[in-house]
Design a protein around this ligand. Structure first.
Ligand code: SAH
Ligand code: AVI
Length: 312
């Protein structure tokens, strides 16, 4: 990787801190809730509780994404590592980094695993992940970076070649334009011998996708509602949680899941630093988009992003 630009970060020693994250949250929430339809950025799902709930989702029988990706990594990572010969691994939206073990183990077996840089917006969870990884890989330098990857972010200098991984289909949670901007930014940070590994969920039967976002145990509903709980906790808002219903559906025309919180009754919410927000009965707040991909169509789009598909 090229050396990280230090201008976007506060503090010189890792983990870097995100500048003015509370101000950013107030700005985003004010902006999102003044739109029609109302929306909140899915990055606000991931406080510590939200990250734990996502981990629970990955264990659900209906949520096929994590299992499928784990299997793919187990089957495909060896030739990828052999071809790239990475000494460093940078992972965007790393979360608990459970699948990352498959990559790090393969890098170590291949003779080089110097540095691992998990990047995530969820500070406490990322720090816990780093503690666990340091215990599991005492010989690897673990340098967590707390950053919002939708903003330009700095990475510490690491040994080349670097494998940059973006797993879990998190790319699908970004609207197309934002995804292209993010990939172009990453491509600009990568050196000639670095490579990018993307995990993205493909278009499939609508019923399978719908089930994955409407589990009968209600874990996904709790994950969805946690975004309002977080606003109550961190911004002293008074969202009446019991008055919202989880709704997730797949749009076959747009190839995306939409997740919403629907108001069961008309009400007002006060967010002291933002003001009063009015919701009608049946009005929804869109909390997430989760795009599903078409392998051929995406390959044709690669040049736009400054990346080129490999042959695995
Ligand atoms: N990669 C893991 C986790 C996926 S969950 C896996 O495959 O299981 C999505 C992760 O991306 C969460 O850990 C969340 O905190 C992180 N994330 C979401 N939006 C982000 C953003 N804008 N910037 C940085 N990290 C983000
Ligand atoms: C992290 N991301 C890819 C998940 C997804 O499937 O879009 C988040 C999630 N939302 C509901 N369930 C899981």
């Amino acid at each position: 990787m090229r050396n990280g630009r230090q201008s976007d970060v506060v503090g010189g020693t890792p983990p870097y801190t995100v500048r003015q994250s509370r101000q950013q949250m107030l700005f985003d929430v004010r902006d999102g809730l003044s739109r029609s339809p109302k929306q909140l950025s899915p990055k606000y799902f991931y406080d510590e509780r939200g990250s734990e709930l996502f981990e629970e989702i990955t264990q659900l029988p209906e949520y096929y994404l994590t299992r499928a990706e784990r299997l793919l990594l187990e089957q495909k990572i060896a030739p990828i590592v052999r071809a790239v010969q990475p000494c460093s691994l940078v992972e965007l939206g790393a979360g608990s980094a459970t699948k990352t073990h498959i990559i790090l183990d393969e890098m170590r077996a291949n003779g080089c695993a110097e540095c691992y840089v998990p990047v995530d917006v969820s500070r406490d969870f990322l720090e816990a992940t780093a503690v666990q990884l340091r215990a599991d890989y005492p010989d690897v330098q673990i340098t967590p970076v707390v950053s919002d990857i939708t903003e330009p972010f700095a990475l510490p200098p690491v040994a080349s070649p670097t494998l940059v991984a973006f797993l879990g289909s998190t790319i699908g949670n970004f609207p197309r334009e934002q995804a292209v901007r993010l990939l172009a930014h990453i491509a600009g940070e990568m050196g000639a011998t670095d490579r990018f590994l993307l995990g993205a969920d493909l278009i499939k039967d609508a019923a399978i996708i719908t089930r994955a976002y409407n589990d009968p145990k209600g874990v996904t509903a709790t994950f969805n509602l946690n975004i309002l709980q977080r606003l109550n906790r961190e911004l002293n808002a008074n969202f009446p949680l019991g008055d919202y219903e989880h709704r997730a559906f797949y749009s076959s025309s747009q190839h995306r899941v939409e997740m919403h919180l629907v108001a069961r009754r008309a009400h007002r919410v006060l967010i002291p630093e933002i003001g009063e927000i009015t919701l009608d009965k049946g009005e929804s707040i869109r909390t997430e988009l989760s795009y599903k991909y078409d392998r051929q169509a995406e390959s044709r789009r690669e040049p736009q992003r400054g990346t080129a598909p490999g042959g695995f």
